[in-house]
Ligand binder design. Structure first.
Ligand code: PEP
Length: 243
């Protein structure tokens, strides 16, 4: 475990205006000296980004979006949000390639265009990759990850602003996590593709299994879905990572 761990909250399509109280607790917690090294990033729905940005002013918490359009320029794309628009309101990150969007039809090629657009707009990218259960069973995890990384980052030179989030699809929202040894080896495999990659783990992280996960010493942080919507659970995960 490195000291500067990332804790990224992916709220998915949850949270309304009442949810702002949730982040206030985490802001208070983030000021405690003991956890200064934790890098907290909130990715709420688009509708809350502006509120959250105002709340985290003068704190070390950063804000991100959960997706963006591939076009950096404004255009006739009803219902879409560009990386430039996200950057212009003061967000710093964007999640790209989440399996829930891949399942809805996002291809590696489209993901690549989105990553380029986000980096050109000055956003940092949380780039999600992961195998399905079927692929795991067929023992093709490495081939799948290799392809997702190669195609997703095709012709991208500036990889330092890309965080890789390894999220096995079968682990998201299911309560299942990979065996520690498998996870260690997969993270190592990803880091061998590019030694500079920071690699996070995502998939059913919670205050119970974090005690196991934190022992896997090549993980650079966690992308947390369900548990991040509850501030007490989110704080607990951070505390237990360092204790
Ligand atoms: C996610 O959606 O990125 C995620 C990791 O979800 P959960 O923690 O709920 O499995």
């Amino acid at each position: 475990m490195t000291n500067n761990m990332f804790f990224i909250a992916n709220w998915k399509m949850f949270g309304d205006f009442r949810s702002v109280n949730s982040i206030k607790k985490v802001i208070k917690f983030s000021r405690s000296k003991k956890f200064q090294k934790a890098q907290i990033i909130y990715c709420p729905p688009y509708t809350l980004i502006n509120n959250f940005i105002k709340l985290v002013k003068n704190t070390k918490i950063k804000i991100g979006a959960q997706n963006c359009h591939y076009s950096q320029r404004p255009g006739p794309f009803t219902g879409s949000i560009s990386a430039n628009l996200i950057k212009s309101i003061g967000a710093n990150y964007v999640i790209i390639g989440h399996s829930e969007n891949r399942e809805a039809g996002e291809t590696n090629k489209l993901i690549n265009l989105k990553i380029k657009s986000a980096l050109n707009s000055g956003l940092k990218v949380i780039f999600c990759i992961g195998e399905t259960f079927k692929e795991k069973r067929k023992k093709v995890t490495r081939q799948v990850l290799n392809k997702q990384i190669k195609l997703g980052l095709n012709k991208i030179k500036n990889k330092k602003d890309v965080l890789i989030a390894y999220e096995p699809v079968w682990s998201i929202g299911t309560g299942l996590i990979p065996k520690p040894n498998d996870l260690f080896n997969t993270i190592n495999f990803i880091k061998q593709i590019n030694k500079k990659f920071k690699v996070l783990y995502g998939g059913s992280v919670n205050p119970e299994n974090i005690k196991k996960l934190k022992l896997i010493n090549n993980i650079d942080g966690f992308l947390i879905g369900g548990a991040s919507q509850n501030p007490n659970k989110f704080i607990d995960i951070i505390k237990k990572t360092y204790n």
